[in-house]
Design a protein around this ligand. Structure first.
Ligand SMILES: [Ca+2]
Ligand SMILES: [Ca+2]
Ligand SMILES: [Ca+2]
Length: 156
């Protein structure tokens, strides 16, 4: 049985669901949720000046690595990376569906595939930081060395 059918089974739940859908139609889900670029700029533009230079992206990656390297051994193990994967998936679910594909493209660069440079199944701090430059350049579509909202406009 699908999750939706399970929800629809209960009458009270169904009423709530119908109500939620009506509210969504009235207010528009796009307004209720952040767009991918808003989300990204909020998280990664650490000093809030509207641009993300490489140094800032590296700084943010240091924070991320520290947050997910639970045992602080300088390596993201499989288990630790699973937690990181789950956090990104969770993040993805919080943006509007219209810009989710875009966010997936950006955040996809943070997967093991994008960070495990020697492909040995473990991601060291050095690898995690060293892989930032290529990732940053990939998002910087305007090629001016910084990520701004302008880069997202030309992304698709
Ligand atoms: Ca900045
Ligand atoms: Ca670790
Ligand atoms: Ca740019």
């Amino acid at each position: 049985m699908s999750a939706l059918r399970t929800i629809l089974k209960g009458t009270t739940m169904r009423k709530n669901l119908v109500f939620a859908i009506c509210v969504a139609l009235l207010t528009g889900t796009a307004q209720a949720q952040d767009s991918a670029q808003d989300k990204f700029m909020t998280n990664w533009d650490l000093n809030g000046d509207g641009t993300i230079p490489l140094a800032e992206a590296v700084e943010m990656r240091k924070n991320i690595f520290a947050a997910f390297d639970s045992n602080q051994d300088g390596v993201l193990s499989d288990e630790e990376y699973d937690t990181f994967d789950a956090a990104r998936a969770n993040d993805m679910a919080s943006v509007g569906a219209d810009s989710r594909a875009r966010l997936r493209k950006i955040v996809g660069g943070l997967s093991r595939k994008g960070t495990d440079q020697n492909e040995d199944g473990r991601v060291t701090r050095q690898e995690f930081l060293d892989s930032t430059a290529q990732w940053h350049a990939g998002i910087d579509k305007t090629d001016d060395g910084v990520i701004t909202t302008e880069d997202f406009a030309t992304m698709d």
